[in-house]
Design a protein around this ligand. Structure first.
Ligand SMILES: NC(=O)c1ccc[n+]([C@@H]2O[C@H](COP(=O)([O-])OP(=O)(O)OC[C@H]3O[C@@H](n4cnc5c(N)ncnc54)[C@H](O)[C@@H]3O)[C@@H](O)[C@H]2O)c1
Length: 292
């Protein structure tokens, strides 16, 4: 996607971190922006950043992307105001530290709805709009290096990010199979200094239960402390959004900014981290019409 001027971008998780940086980049390129976040009060600051960087048209929407009806509200408002959607950035996400077999089910449901189902909800509504438009469009989903490697301490996070990568890869094949003019991508960074270690700020009411002793346990506190440590000692955020936008310009599928993880992936899968974009024709040639 090379032509951005006056085209329409929906960016979720826009209040902090990567989302705010993506809004800035969209503003620099003259896009009409729909900035979405559960932390609605913070969005006025995002609008200020966008305007400073040249945005002429920005719409702020407070929504919980883990609820289908709220994502419907976003898509409807975008189409009513702008009549089209050219770029979808599914970026909102939470990190829920914790061991895979002790974590309360409500925390599993929270992270699955936020990190995975939100992608399903938006793509389900936006892809038909993009197909009907017939213009070249792009969908860039923020996943994580945790979507291509596995490690201890954040089992639900690894699980949802792997699922989000698989979802994007599979939908990408489906789009290629029908010759759709929609490019897709997955942004897979390692630890970066954002507010991700404060995901508890974003916990919706329906996932709160102060009476559950788990949230007073040493295990919970240890998980929070570890998340704080890895995010605070992570890569500085500068430059990541520019890299993602370059990938959007070049219709690149995998955006894997940190070479450090190459060896890790190779160890787990025998593959190098810089994976090639999924290509339907190549896969069909290997399968030769069947799986048996
Ligand atoms: N920072 C990292 O180390 C890192 C690494 C890999 C991937 N990521 C991913 O990057 C994405 C952005 O996170 P970030 O690092 O910028 O963290 P961040 O906490 O700074 O930003 C996350 C944003 O998502 C919003 N959000 C959370 N739940 C929401 C919901 N239910 N509905 C709407 N908005 C919601 C938050 O309000 C916040 O603005 C996430 O998907 C995260 O998993 C981050």
């Amino acid at each position: 996607m090379k032509d951005f001027k006056r085209r329409v971008a929906i960016i979720t998780g826009a209040a902090y971190g990567f989302g705010r940086e993506f809004v800035k980049q969209a503003a620099i390129r003259g896009m009409k922006i729909v900035a979405v976040d559960i932390m609605g009060d913070e969005l006025a600051k995002v609008e200020a950043v966008a305007r400073e960087n040249g945005a002429e048209d920005i719409t702020l929407i407070t929504a919980d992307v883990g609820i289908y009806e709220e994502t419907e509200k976003v898509v409807k408002a975008t189409l009513e105001k702008y009549g089209q959607i050219d770029l979808l950035m599914n970026n909102a996400g939470v990190a829920v530290p914790g061991n895979g077999y002790n974590l309360p089910l409500r925390d599993w449901e929270w992270i699955v709805q936020t990190n995975l189902m939100s992608h399903v909800y938006f793509m389900r509504q936006v892809i038909p709009v993009m197909l009907k438009q017939g213009t070249h469009c792009n969908i860039m989903n923020t996943c994580s290096v945790a979507g291509v490697i596995n490690w201890i301490g954040m089992v639900p996070y690894y699980t949802t990010k792997h699922a989000a990568v698989a979802l994007a890869e599979s939908i990408n094949y489906e789009l290629q199979a029908i010759g759709a003019d929609i490019a897709m991508g997955v942004f897979c960074p390692g630890y970066v200094q954002t507010n991700l270690d404060h995901s508890e700020w974003y916990r919706p009411e329906r996932f709160k239960d102060d009476s559950d002793p788990y949230y007073q346990s040493e295990e919970f506190k240890k998980g929070q402390a570890e998340a704080k440590h890895v995010i605070e000692t992570g890569y500085p955020i500068d430059g990541h959004a520019e890299q993602v936008w370059k990938a959007i310009e070049e219709d690149q599928f995998y955006v894997l900014p940190h070479e450090k993880y190459d060896g890790f992936l190779k160890l787990q899968t025998g593959e190098k981290l810089q994976r090639k974009s999924p290509n339907l024709a190549e896969v069909m040639a290997i399968l030769k019409g069947g799986h048996a």
